[in-house]
Design a protein around this ligand. Structure first.
Ligand code: SF4
Length: 285
């Protein structure tokens, strides 16, 4: 729970605040970008919510913060707002919210599909979210983009008897996985394409579904740079492999980039291609 005594000076005056326990994971700025912005090494409240919709978004960010760094004087509305997760993005694709400290607050996603629903990476264990997912038909698969974002996948897998998918090179993070992807060739599973993208970790993978690319920590949108971005600083395995894996995305068509960290974005396929090519050129790749 956020501590008013540790309220950061960068917050604008008012009920909502971020305290000093913030780990700068970007979840609140993704969920409620009108209310939360980037401070120095933390998020800050840049505008207090006024309209009901803004208040709801601020509370959704509060609930999703992995370390409880967001506070507000009034908790009114929290019980109603938790029912909004998973929160619809578009076309049967949802954000799970309720990020876990175990994955450094990575965003996870839910896909409603007639042949069985998917979860991409895992939120933290939460009975309300479990119930809401159950009401949407439960889960058939849990796709883990990489070893860092496993969080409470086991809790959700057990509850729904879901099959967990991970690359064998990252499988030490989930040894009991039901499907271990091997090699670097894309794998089709009905409407879904699993694309190994080694770089951030040796077994990193992204998932393509319709126009949506779930990118884990491979590629994201940077509002500061106003472009698609990837970071050598946060690359744990091999930056040259990561650049090669980014290049292979040019073979696929998508309009949404939905990452674990960083901001999501929707733009035309043409613009995505242009930005990927430009990013690669920045690194002479
Ligand atoms: S969600 Fe919490 S930890 Fe993450 S940036 Fe916002 S306040 Fe900080």
């Amino acid at each position: 729970m956020a501590d008013i005594k540790k309220r950061l000076p960068c917050n604008v005056p008012g009920d909502f605040f971020v305290d000093a326990s913030c780990i700068d994971c970007d979840i609140c700025t993704e969920i409620a970008p009108a209310i939360f912005g980037k401070g120095k090494d933390s998020a800050c409240v840049i505008k207090q919510p006024k309209a009901k919709e803004e208040e709801e978004k601020a509370l959704m960010a509060l609930l999703s913060c992995p370390v409880g760094a967001i506070g507000t004087r009034s908790k009114e509305g929290v019980r109603e707002v938790i029912k909004k997760f998973p929160a619809k993005i578009e076309d049967g694709v949802y954000r799970c919210g309720l990020s876990s400290k175990k994955s450094y607050g990575a965003m996870s996603y839910f896909i409603l599909h007639p042949d069985g629903n998917w979860m991409i990476d895992s939120p933290r264990e939460n009975a309300h979210l479990l119930k809401n997912i159950a009401s949407l038909g439960g889960l058939k698969y849990i796709f883990l983009t990489h070893e860092d974002d496993v969080a409470d996948a086991e809790f959700y897998a057990k509850a729904f008897n879901a099959q967990v998918i991970i690359h064998e090179r990252d499988a030490h993070a989930y040894p009991k996985a039901d499907i271990k992807v091997s090699g670097d060739d894309p794998t089709n599973m009905g409407d879904f394409t699993i694309i190994p993208t080694p770089g951030h970790t040796a077994g990193h993978m992204v998932l393509l579904y319709k126009n949506f690319l779930f990118t884990g920590d491979h590629l994201w949108y940077s509002p500061e740079r106003k472009r698609l971005w990837a970071s050598e600083e946060y690359c744990w395995y091999s930056w040259s492999h990561q650049l090669k894996s980014i290049k292979r995305l040019l073979d696929f068509r998508f309009e949404w980039v939905l990452p674990g960290h960083g901001r999501s974005i929707k733009m035309s396929h043409k613009e995505i291609k242009r930005q990927i090519k430009e990013l690669l050129l920045m690194y002479n790749f």
